[in-house]
Design a protein around this ligand. Structure first.
Ligand SMILES: [Zn+2]
Length: 269
């Protein structure tokens, strides 16, 4: 029978419409009830907030890194030294990776976000953090073939349930379309936490800690890789990762982090 000719059709349409309206009203009411029961709080100051993890006041306190900065390390310059000029750090102690970029300076609000993502299971923060990172790393991502999150040792991964760098990498993948290859790089031995270690201790702590498994080398060879991590302090961890990827014949390795520690005294040239 032709559906248009069915006498029951107007009634069915009416009922369907009423049901949908009911459903819409119910889901709206349910959402409202949830919002009242569980207001979203700013992750930094705990004030109620609309939408994403930080309120407008805390967002304004984040120090987004913008040019001028060192084209190699991404360290912000106070004065623009002109195109192509590198920071003293990039000249005196060049890293294994080609370029590093960070969304924000590692200050109080940035630290709160990083800790919430890392230790409090606030994976809901990853999309916003990843969006800021994708913007800061656009130049790198435009040329990239793969995103590789800095891996945790499996023992730490188990106890924490997920890798915060992996969560950020997946958010950047959604923004940029560059694919995540999270199984390619391995942390082959557990390392001491880098907190409290000197620069040279940090470097020796992570030396030889990362490896590309022989059966994964084909995924790295000839590829332009962007390493993803939450924080860049001395750069020792990403440097050790970059060395492992270059040994596996990556065409290039760049680094994209959410926040980087900026030493105010060394920020100028
Ligand atoms: Zn706030």
């Amino acid at each position: 029978m032709d559906a248009e000719a069915s006498p029951s059709r107007p009634l069915a349409t009416h009922l369907r419409g009423a049901l949908q309206a009911c459903r819409g009203a119910w889901s709206h009411a349910a959402k409202l009830a949830l919002d009242i029961a569980l207001p979203t709080l700013c992750v930094a100051c705990r004030e109620p907030v609309d939408g994403e993890g930080v309120c407008a006041i805390c967002w304004a306190k984040l120090s987004f890194i913008a040019p001028p900065f060192c084209p190699r390390l991404g360290i912000p310059f106070i004065y623009d030294p002109g195109p192509g000029l590198l920071s003293m750090e990039a000249i005196s102690d060049p890293p294994a990776y080609a370029r590093a970029r960070a969304a924000v300076r590692y200050d109080d609000v940035a630290r709160t976000l990083v800790h919430a993502l890392k230790y409090q299971d606030r994976t809901d923060l990853a999309p916003a953090m990843g969006r800021w990172m994708a913007r800061a790393g656009r130049e790198l991502l435009d040329e990239a073939d793969l995103l590789i999150p800095v891996p945790l040792h499996w023992r730490r991964g188990w106890s924490r349930r997920y890798n915060q760098s992996g969560a950020l990498a997946r958010a950047i993948e959604r923004q940029s379309g560059v694919k995540v290859a999270s199984e390619a790089l391995w942390r082959v031995r557990p390392t001491q936490q880098q907190i409290g270690l000197s620069r040279s201790q940090r470097a020796s702590n992570v030396q030889g800690a990362f490896k590309v498994a022989a059966d994964r080398q084909h995924r790295i060879q000839g590829r332009r890789v962007v390493l993803v991590d939450d924080v860049l302090t001395s750069g020792a961890t990403v440097d050790a990762c970059a060395r492992a990827l270059l040994r596996a014949k990556a065409a290039s390795v760049d680094v994209l982090v959410f926040a980087r520690v900026v030493d105010a005294h060394k920020a100028t040239i």
